[in-house]
Design a protein around this ligand. Structure first.
Ligand SMILES: [Zn+2]
Length: 183
């Protein structure tokens, strides 16, 4: 039976993990992948010279949604798709060592970071006795957070290409991207 994406056949995915751990399932899938895999013979520099920073949300299939193929881009993902110091680290290496020039930032509708606040850090501290050093990066206005992310990229002293930075909100119900006006 052919399986497309976990979004279209959620019961199939659930059935597939019934016999073992989810990691076992992934390793088995990798064996099938490697059987059909042919070395594309490409180097590590992204063909389209673009880095995409996006939320880790499971409903966002970046390659499918953007028509990307193997080798086309760098994908940098975290909770919210926010531009943290570690994202700047990856973008800096992407631009300075691997030749990317464009940056695409993608947040999405219904993000989990809209449902929590910075109080999450206090909750963690109460539970485990230690306050995380990192900010939660929670937000209320997704457009404003995309603007904030664009601003962090544009003002980074480490990046060499900040003229082509665009930000979007992906609608998880329609699959459409909506561009956010940077102003
Ligand atoms: Zn999200």
């Amino acid at each position: 039976m052919g399986m497309t994406t976990s979004a279209s056949v959620p019961t199939g995915s659930k059935a597939a993990i019934a016999g073992g751990t989810v990691t076992d399932r992934l390793v088995e899938a990798n064996e099938r992948y490697a059987d059909a895999f042919a070395d594309p013979g490409m180097d590590a520099r992204p063909v389209l010279h673009v880095a995409v920073v996006a939320c880790m949300d499971a409903r966002l299939d970046l390659h499918a949604a953007l028509g990307l193929e193997l080798g086309d881009c760098h994908t940098i993902r975290n909770a919210g798709g926010v531009v943290t110091d570690d994202v700047i680290r990856s973008l800096t290496i992407s631009q300075r060592k691997l030749g990317t020039r464009s940056i695409v930032l993608i947040h999405h509708t219904g993000c989990g970071l809209e449902a929590i606040t910075e109080d999450f850090r206090t909750e963690l501290e109460m539970e485990v006795g230690q306050r995380p050093a990192w900010a939660v990066e929670a937000f209320r206005d997704v457009d404003q957070d995309v603007r904030q992310s664009m601003q962090r990229v544009r003002t980074s002293p480490f990046l060499v290409h900040t003229d082509d930075v665009r930000g979007f909100v992906f609608d998880v119900k329609t699959g459409l991207l909506r561009e956010v006006d940077p102003a």
